[in-house]
Design a protein around this ligand. Structure first.
Ligand SMILES: [Zn+2]
Length: 268
């Protein structure tokens, strides 16, 4: 099908192009959203947004699973965030194994030295991260990875695992690291910060088009045009709109492409 990039889609033949957006990394089980969750789910239905809801620890993993029972628009990701790496591993492993058919993916997992004060703390993060990756490999689930200032370590760990969908969320590496990430076949996601941060826009333009995903990482608060308000899932179309402008594609074409990338990442 010939597509005119500068004309909005219309008519029967192009209907399949219109696609749902997916926020590939948001903490909808965070207490910040508890009061408004019904409203959030309703707006997701209205503006056609699905979400990979990531977890931090056992408690939020249970909340994520509960939420995914209320709506098909939430894909549950469970796991232990590097900030919570000192938590007991056994209960979360048990939870994952018991609910493996309901769980979409493993996350948020990863490494982050800003949460530890010594080498032992980092060693513990590595142990937890390895355990989470091996579960994802065993259960054939995608992973959502936090890699703040630890990209080198993470990029050297990943080749020892065979996981089909690996997302380095909120990608903030340099161009060389991005190249390495692409060579490993990983996905990267960009969020609200890309709308005002030039360095993120440059990274986006250097990312393989079949590896781009979008996210909000709510309830993170973003500055500039977002005025430090709690990130909402409804920010997502603005992220896609900005990315489309940078990549010189129409909103519809880019959201279709990102939709295809998301399906491949999730294995659906
Ligand atoms: Zn997160």
């Amino acid at each position: 099908m010939q597509i005119d990039l500068y004309r909005p889609f219309q008519g029967e033949n192009e209907k399949n192009i219109m696609s749902w957006l997916t926020d590939t990394h948001i903490h909808l089980s965070d207490d910040e959203y508890s009061q408004d969750i019904q409203f959030i789910i309703r707006s997701m239905e209205k503006i056609k947004i699905r979400a990979c809801c990531v977890s931090m620890d056992l408690h939020s993993s249970e909340k994520t699973l509960d939420l995914s029972k209320k709506t098909k628009l939430v894909f549950p990701f469970v796991g232990i965030h590097p900030e919570k790496a000192s938590n007991d591993l056994d209960p979360i492993v048990e939870l994952i194994e018991k609910n493996s058919s309901q769980i979409t993916g493993i996350g948020e997992i990863g490494l982050d030295k800003t949460y530890v004060s010594n080498q032992d703390g980092f060693k513990r993060q590595e142990t937890v991260f390895h355990k989470m990756l091996s579960i994802a490999e065993k259960l054939n689930k995608p992973v959502s990875i936090h890699s703040r200032s630890t990209l080198e370590e993470i990029l050297s760990i990943l080749p020892s695992y065979s996981i089909s969908g690996v997302l380095l969320h909120w990608f903030a590496g340099n161009k060389k690291q991005l190249k390495k990430t692409m060579d490993l076949g990983c996905y990267v996601s960009y969020g609200p910060a890309m709308i005002y941060a030039k360095d993120k826009q440059v990274l986006l333009s250097e990312t393989n088009s079949d590896k781009i995903l979008v996210e909000t990482d709510g309830p993170v608060r973003f500055s500039r045009c977002f005025a430090m308000k709690t990130a909402q899932i409804t920010f997502l179309p603005s992220v896609v709109f900005c990315a489309a402008k940078i990549l010189k594609k129409t909103y519809d074409v880019l959201s279709y492409e990102i939709g295809q990338n998301t399906n491949r990442y999730l294995g659906v």
